[in-house]
Design a protein around this ligand. Structure first.
Ligand SMILES: [Zn+2]
Length: 265
């Protein structure tokens, strides 16, 4: 029997009451297993099979089988513990889809696991933080302040970095010259950023704020950005840049990104 901290990525039914579970373990990487009778006996798994649940998992190899046998999950943090919110759910689906598509099977990725745990914390923290000292004003003045845009931006940027798809963001990919805020662009068909001279016809501008934000995010933990205001528009072009990079390398459009785009992300 093996055990590891793990995050459930997705599940799909098989046979009568079994579920196949794609889960990302800290110690063994992404795995797929069978949760026997998961649909019949709720007590063994409870709500732990909800995607983006952080849990301790117990599982075992099965002789001559590709899928492990998933025996038990003990919830450490559940996305269901915060009130249901469409934007937060869309963001969680995005994490799940990117990881399910991008992570190689049975290949431990400790840096990615730590990134995921930290953004999950930030994604739920923004929801569960009541504004107690200033009951009405703060929430009303920042209608988007409790949305998970910061965590989404941080995750997207760091996933491109950890997948090796984000070259030095301080230099032009073509000429290698140092970039200057307000003349930075990205192209839909190549990695990295471009200077004003090398921005081609298909290039989009990356705002000065987003460029600087990206560089700060690559140097500091996600929690360092939690106290800043996070309206929906903040870092939107940075998210588009990283999404384009991820989709180009995964060679497919991400369904959850379409849902996020409909929510204005
Ligand atoms: Zn250049």
């Amino acid at each position: 029997m093996l055990t590891s901290e793990a995050v459930v990525l997705r599940t799909w039914p098989v046979h009568e009451a079994d579920l196949i579970v794609s889960f990302f373990t800290r110690d063994y990487g992404r795995m797929r297993g069978v949760a026997k009778a998961a649909l019949k006996s709720r007590k063994r798994f409870g709500g732990a099979l909800e995607p983006m649940t952080l849990a301790r998992a117990w599982f075992a190899e099965r002789p001559r089988q590709e899928l492990v046998r998933l025996d038990q999950l003990e919830i450490l943090r559940s996305p269901l513990s915060a009130p249901v919110d469409h934007t937060r759910m869309a963001v969680l689906s995005f994490y799940a889809e990117v990881l399910d598509e991008a992570l190689p099977e049975r290949d431990p990725q400790d840096a990615v696991f730590r990134l995921l745990v930290s953004v999950l914390e930030q994604t739920s923290a923004v929801q569960s933080e009541p504004v107690q000292s200033e009951p009405t004003e703060t929430a009303a003045a920042q209608p988007n302040a409790n949305q998970p845009w910061m965590a989404l931006t941080y995750f997207s940027l760091w996933m491109t970095r950890l997948m090796g798809l984000l070259p030095d963001t301080s230099r032009c990919m073509v000429c290698g010259e140092a970039l200057h805020a307000a003349e930075v662009s990205y192209s839909s068909n190549s990695d990295g950023l471009l200077c004003g001279l090398h921005a081609n016809g298909s290039a989009s501008a990356l705002s000065a704020d987003s460029w600087q934000l990206g560089q700060r995010m690559l140097r500091a933990p996600a929690s360092a950005f939690a106290a800043e205001p996070w309206p929906r528009k903040r870092g939107q072009d940075l998210r588009r840049f990283t999404l384009q990079t991820l989709e180009r390398h995964l060679e497919r459009k991400l369904k959850s990104a379409e849902a996020l785009a409909r929510l204005g992300g």
